[in-house]
Design a protein around this ligand. Structure first.
Ligand code: HEM
Length: 398
């Protein structure tokens, strides 16, 4: 009996499209990026490489039309989600090369791709576009190579590190989520808090290495543009965002540094729900229901002199510090050096559509700064932070 392929794509049409996405599609995008890299203004891509753009559009369209004709072959979540990713990569590349442009159109001209993406999104329970999980946690590697848009080094660097950091945050979220059923005084709670701290320190180390390794211009001009918003049918969906995993918000809420009843925070979280896989959606929903650790420690202040309280509260505060330090690095290093700095050289008309979520850069930066300061429990009076409560807990330590 031949060995079973763990994720073999079952229909020949699905396989043909996957083979195209993993080869010829990447060649075409890379050839276009090489043309753009020689332009005096690397963002002015309209009218450049039109023959390559036509090949990309038509070859993808023909393969997708075959899949639409084939209809629903329900292959289970993993395969349908992977196929949605493949259609999404195609649609995102068309957006990147300005073959489509959502402000120019009321409906996506990619009619076959829209039909397939809507069908698949509805069947798996996510938005009908490619999302962060397609690039990271569900990006199946074939002989060591996962799906990318281009062969450029910067894209691999960005995704390798992103994926590894995401898993580090997931390890932290998992450890923290296991504490509340046992309570913070349980002897194992100290181990879990230390696990979470170590995972967040790993995340910081990885993001620092990313910052040292990634080429700013290549990231800004040849990687990020693939993550822009695009239309599926008539609806425009915001871009793919590295933050689209439950773990980041699970950690915020489980620690108690962000409050799920604070509208300006919960809005950010609720907005991202449909950009997550159903499994991640469930985790995120659950974290709205759980008590937070900071409140738990403060409610047990009468036991402050007990050894468990001293050890566990100190370990908890170290987790908060590790989260705050990682959040500060994301904002003050990654966002500042890889988005804000290169965007200063752009002409005004190209500032539009710079961010994955769509708002002007300064609005986004303000929102990201508030997230950073909640995670740092900074002393701010314009937003809710746990600055005073963290100080109270620190005051209980000998
Ligand atoms: C060069 C590297 C990176 C840059 C320039 C960057 C930049 C950004 C920007 C601009 C946003 C706002 C999204 C939008 O456009 O609407 C964002 C959001 C976010 N990013 Fe990154 N990012 C980088 C890497 C990472 C990595 C490696 C992680 C962790 C795995 C991460 C985690 C997040 C999270 C969680 C959010 C959502 C907002 C929040 O909860 O803080 N980012 N990032």
């Amino acid at each position: 009996m031949p060995a079973r392929q763990p994720h073999a794509m079952t229909t020949p049409r699905v396989q043909a499209f996957d083979a195209w996405i993993r080869g010829r599609f990447i060649d075409l995008n890379t050839a276009l990026e090489d043309l753009y890299a020689d332009l005096p203004n690397r963002s002015a891509v309209a009218g450049v490489g039109d023959d390559l753009k036509a090949q990309l559009t038509e070859e993808g369209r023909a393969l997708i039309a075959d899949l639409v004709d084939e209809g629903n072959t329900d292959e289970g979540f993993d395969r349908n989600f992977e196929l949605l990713g493949n259609v999404g990569y195609y649609m995102a590349a068309c957006r990147r090369h300005e073959i489509t442009e959502p402000s120019r159109e009321r409906t996506s001209p990619l009619t076959e791709a829209s039909a397939l993406a809507l069908h698949l999104g509805a069947s798996v329970g996510t938005v009908p576009r490619f999302v962060a999980s397609h690039m990271e946690t569900y990006n199946r590697a074939v002989n060591g190579k996962y799906r990318t848009f281009t062969w450029r080094h910067a894209e691999r660097v960005f995704l390798d590190y992103n994926t590894r950091t995401t898993f580090a945050y997931m390890r932290a979220a998992d450890a923290l989520g296991r504490i509340h059923p046992m309570g913070v005084s349980h002897p194992a709670a100290g181990d879990l808090l230390n696990d979470a701290r170590r995972a967040l320190e790993d995340a910081l180390a990885l993001n620092t290495e990313l910052s040292d390794t990634l080429d700013v211009d290549d990231f800004f001009f040849a990687v990020r543009p693939y993550y822009k918003p695009y239309r599926v049918g008539s609806t425009e969906y915001r871009g793919a965002n590295a933050g689209d995993f439950a773990a980041f918000n699970q950690i915020d809420m489980l620690l108690g540094l962000c409050d799920p009843t604070d509208t300006s925070y919960s809005q950010v979280v609720v907005e991202k729900l449909m950009y997550l896989t159903p499994d991640e959606q469930r985790r995120l929903r659950e974290s709205f229901r759980h008590p937070n650790l900071l409140d738990s420690f403060l409610s047990l202040a009468e036991h402050a002199s007990e050894p468990w309280f001293q050890q566990h509260a100190a370990a908890f505060l170290d987790v908060c510090t590790a989260l705050g330090t990682a959040a500060a690095q994301h904002h003050d290093d990654l966002v500042a050096n890889f988005i804000t700095a290169p965007s200063k050289a752009l002409p005004d008309e190209q500032m539009q559509g710079l961010t994955a979520s769509g708002p002007p850069l300064e609005v986004l930066l303000d929102a990201l700064e508030k997230l950073r300061d909640r995670r740092l429990a900074a002393d701010r009076d314009d937003i809710v932070t746990r600055h005073a409560d963290i100080a109270t807990l620190r005051g209980l330590l000998a």
